[in-house]
Design a protein. Structure first.
Length: 169
């Protein structure tokens, strides 16, 4: 993880723009508004669909592969890079989080935050309400159970569930 100082001030305009596009798409979920929203992303592949209620901080740190799907009310706190592979299924109310507050009390008082990139492989299914915490990498073909809190990397072809998420058969 790395620290950053007052990044919010530097990116305030981009954040406001992202919030506006998210809000407009949620109120009028049409193709034009969806394309505007996807236009915020660092990269957005072909045939990506995002249901209304999507929220991101900036958008410019998000890369999404082809044919991925975001169900309703997905939240992406993208102060760090958020990379999502091809053919991913992101369930309703999933939270993909790349930022957090400093653990040191003095750093929190000076509003320092932590940022750690999140990487999600290809053909990953993340169940409803799951939370992916900063610094996590999820391998190809993994399944994350609904309501799980993923605090550590998840190997390819594995299934995890729970809080904290652990391997299941």
């Amino acid at each position: 993880m790395r620290l950053f100082h007052n990044r919010e001030q530097l990116w305030a305009q981009q954040r406001q723009r992202a919030q506006k596009f998210c809000r407009v798409y949620s109120h009028e979920p049409n193709k034009q508004n969806l394309n505007q929203l996807k236009g915020l992303f660092k990269h957005c592949g072909e045939k990506v669909f995002i249901d209304p209620g999507f929220h991101c901080d900036y958008g410019s740190f998000i890369s999404v592969g082809d044919r991925s799907y975001f169900n309703i009310d997905v939240v992406c706190l993208d102060g760090g890079d958020l990379t999502i592979g091809d053919d991913c299924l992101i369930g309703p109310r999933v939270q993909l989080i790349t930022v957090g507050h400093a653990l040191n009390a003095e750093q929190r008082l000076s509003k320092e935050n932590l940022v750690a990139d999140v990487t999600i492989g290809n053909n990953v299914w993340i169940g409803a309400g799951a939370i992916i915490l900063p610094g996590v990498t999820i391998g190809d073909h993994a399944i994350i159970g609904a309501g799980s809190v993923v605090t550590r990397d998840v190997a390819s072809n594995s299934r995890v569930a729970g809080n904290p998420a652990r391997s299941i058969s």
